[in-house]
Design a protein around this ligand. Structure first.
Ligand SMILES: Nc1ccn([C@@H]2O[C@H](COP(=O)(O)OP(=O)(O)OP(=O)(O)O)[C@@H](O)[C@H]2O)c(=O)n1
Ligand SMILES: C[C@](O)(CO)[C@H](O)COP(=O)(O)O
Length: 393
């Protein structure tokens, strides 16, 4: 997301994160969503993931007014809408949050618990995809254990048929107008999730695959389990990127942010920096966060002639937002001319500078294609990149 989103008067898809609860079951001095998990407040984990998702246009958090200083700390550096005040129960907080989005009039809203830190891009993707064909969709997992009902005196009163039962998670996605109307109509009824609110209004809600990791921190045991994830070695991801631009009239090319004199220029919507485009795509790939065209559509005039370090910096920021680290970047440029050798060190240094890395983590290589193909005929250039990213476990 960019700073410009905050100024928007509309956004197609908004994530509404409810975080106004008191966390009584976890206990402690501050509400659970502000407790530290892996060095960052619990709430920040999901905020970073939602803010980094290419199909989420804006994020609003619903908070308890007393928590404003804790919220400001948790949200530092993330580009979010102003938070909205919550209510006494989760359902009230969601309704108030939905009302607060009226002027944005989003098409879709994804309602997420701030206490579910391990949200993945894949779960968000599945919920969003289901909204093409359904007014609501939730991630859920089939019930695996046998279910017992007690008799009120510590004995089993019966066994509940578990077939067809699912455990509901968040984010729960909805067509905004439908869920706002349903929440208004349900005010006063006690319903434990937003799917139940739409169901009560007669809406049909789809089930998509949730994830075991996407559990809610509800009790001190959940918190201990969540902390254990950060004691492991984390996860290493590898992504690749590839890009091509054609030569046209001009007297220089921009490669890796470095201006190189040449008999032609590279043609493109932005500055046609084939190297930075491949690198950005490699990072997006490692995060499963789409590609450069999804974040910076060529149809958007804001990116006409744009310097491509904007794209690479954005990809690097997504890694940071997820609490991750760029371990290594490897770039190969393919062309007959210009000769890359004299500029190799400058390109590596510029890439490292854009991403705030030390130069030893950026490799720049070049090859001709032995006069074969479009690069061999000097009709254009290609670049290929690999990004290695480390994410918390
Ligand atoms: N009045 C409330 C109550 C809950 N929530 C949010 O809804 C999510 C799920 O609720 P839950 O796990 O029950 O959180 P708490 O209500 O804080 O927990 P507890 O019942 O233990 O106090 C949490 O992110 C919580 O902050 C909210 O925004 N407003
Ligand atoms: C919305 C929810 O997280 C779906 O599982 C859940 O219902 C919240 O329940 P709580 O009563 O607020 O803990």
């Amino acid at each position: 997301m960019t700073g410009e989103i905050r100024e928007r008067t509309s956004a197609r898809r908004v994530a509404l994160v409810v975080a106004a609860g008191r966390g009584h079951r976890v206990g402690g001095q501050i509400p659970k969503q502000y407790l530290s998990l892996g060095g960052r407040p619990i709430l920040r984990h999901a905020l970073a993931t939602l803010a980094a998702h290419p199909d989420v246009d804006a994020v609003r958090v619903v908070i308890h007014p007393d928590d404003r200083p804790l919220y400001d700390q948790a949200a530092t550096g993330l580009d979010l809408l102003e938070p909205a005040p919550g209510g006494a129960e989760r359902q009230d907080s969601v309704r108030l949050g939905l009302e607060s989005l009226a002027s944005l009039a989003p098409e879709h809203v994804l309602i997420h618990d701030g206490a579910r830190p391990f949200l993945s891009m894949g779960v968000i993707d599945r919920v969003i995809a289901a909204l093409d064909t359904h007014p609501g969709a939730i991630p859920a997992l089939p019930q695996a254990d046998t279910l017992k009902r007690d008799d009120g005196a510590g004995l089993i009163g019966g066994t509940v048929e578990r077939a067809g039962l699912w455990r509901a998670q968040t984010p729960q996605g909805f067509h905004y107008a439908a869920i706002l109307d349903a929440h208004r109509a349900a005010a006063g009824q006690a319903l434990t999730d937003d799917a139940a609110v739409l169901e009560a209004a007669g809406g049909r809600v789809a089930l998509v695959a949730g994830a075991e990791d996407n559990g809610k921190v509800t009790t001190p045991d959940d918190l201990r389990r969540a902390e254990r994830r950060f004691q492991g070695p984390g996860e290493v991801r590898v992504g690749n990127g590839f890009d091509v631009h054609a030569f046209g009239p001009g007297d220089h090319v921009i490669l890796g942010g470095v201006r190189i004199p040449h008999t032609h220029a590279l043609m493109g919507h932005s500055d046609a920096d084939v190297a930075l485009h491949a690198l950005a795509d490699a990072i997006y790939g490692a995060l499963a966060a789409g590609d450069i065209g999804r974040h910076f559509p060529p149809s958007d005039d804001r990116w006409k002639g744009a310097p491509s370090d904007v794209f690479l910096r954005h990809a690097g920021a997504l890694v940071q937002a997820l609490g991750g680290r760029l371990v290594h970047l490897d770039l190969t440029l393919m062309c007959e001319r210009p000769k890359i050798g004299p500029y190799r060190a400058a390109i590596a240094a510029r890439v490292a500078d854009i991403l705030g890395l030390d130069g030893g983590r950026v490799s720049v290589k070049a090859t001709t294609t032995e006069r074969l193909g479009f690069t061999g005929r000097s009709e254009g250039m290609a670049a290929q990149a690999t990004a290695t990213v480390s994410l918390p476990g």
